[in-house]
Design a protein around this ligand. Sequence first.
Ligand SMILES: [Ca+2]
Ligand SMILES: [Ca+2]
Ligand SMILES: [Ca+2]
Ligand SMILES: [Ca+2]
Length: 207
Amino acid sequence: MVSTAHGGDGSTASRAGPGLAGNTNWVQFADETDTRLVADPAVGADDVQEKDYAWGDVDQDGDIDLVVVRKQIGSTAGRRPNVLFMNEWIAEGHAINGVLVDRTEQYASDADDGGLGFLDETNDRDVALVDVNGDGWLDIVTAVAHGQGLPKTISHPRVYINKANDEMGDWLGFRYEEARIPPIRRSQYRQADCAELRRGRIRGCDR
Ligand SMILES: [Ca+2]
Ligand SMILES: [Ca+2]
Ligand SMILES: [Ca+2]
Ligand SMILES: [Ca+2]
């Protein structure tokens, strides 16, 4: 049998029950990119860069937001800015609920190193959402692939702290805090040009 789930915006989605276990058409997806992704095509629908993703409710308003870290494709030194997509609804002026809007400049460009946070060109290969400082709000941790010879802020992993809400209840976004990652000695990397997050620890990768 096929059951139908109704979304909060009036949309419906079909879901197959056990009786259709062998049916390859048990679910259908509709391409709604044009109406659900609001961004410059170069960082949105037409983005050709290498990407890694993390998703979670970063502003704690009940819907899932999307973090995208970007770099040039492959094991290369090409750096690219990242993107924070916020999940926005009719209440925020959209025609439908569930629209991912590029809010990088508004919510992810704060930094204490004099830079522009997510808008800095970084060679990020990995990203994770985790509550680094234990305040109940998801923070962003990124790890780079190549960074030799570049300043510490570019060559090292980064932590972007979630600034939570202000006293009015409005979410404040993220701030890159440079000192959250100490300088990492070369000996701490088995391969100095490649780092990734495993089990919550920063380690060199084996590739
Ligand atoms: Ca959210
Ligand atoms: Ca939202
Ligand atoms: Ca990047
Ligand atoms: Ca936090």
